[in-house]
Structure formats: structure tokens, C-alpha cells
Design a protein around this ligand. Sequence first.
Ligand SMILES: [Zn+2]
Length: 98
Amino acid sequence: MVEFTRNKRCGQTSSKTVGSVSIRRAGNRIVCPRCGNDWHFYEIAEDVTLTTKYVQNADGSFTPQFDDSRILGEVKFFCGECKADLTRFHNRFVEMLF
Ligand SMILES: [Zn+2]
């Protein structure tokens, strides 16, 4: 279930940026303490198990029915510019995902 919201977030990133210009300077933005970057970030999930269920069609082809992913390891959060480990901001990052 986690992966479904992640996919949704990726698809909406660009449109969300357009709509939130006025509140962008609200003061609770995450800023990299090392390089000052406050635009580009990435996260890495370790030990992810992906499960995909398929139905085999009459002609022998397969159609995916549903995807599930479980993150068994740690999720880390990094600055997209200087690669600093910002995992301590990850909770806030998750709260600010829309
Ligand atoms: Zn940085």
C-alpha cells in the first residue's frame, strides 16, 4: 500500500509546485544545513519487497492485477545537491507529502 501513495506523489509533483507558490515561503520548508538547497531531495528505501499478481489470459499473455510493496529496511532521506544525509527531516518530509 505504501508504494501506491509514493507513485501518486511522483505524478503530482509538478502540478503541486505551481499551485503552492504563495505558501512556499511559509517558513517550514526543509533546507539542507550543509549547502542550503531547499528544492531537490531524494529518498532511498532499503530492502523493498515488491509483489505483483498476474492473471494469465487465454492467449498466454499476462495482465498485472495488483502491486504491493513492503519496505523492510530503513528509509533514508538525502539532499539532492550535496547528498547530505537528511534522514532526521524524513518525518517532516512525509507529513508534507500531498
Ligand atoms: Zn545539500
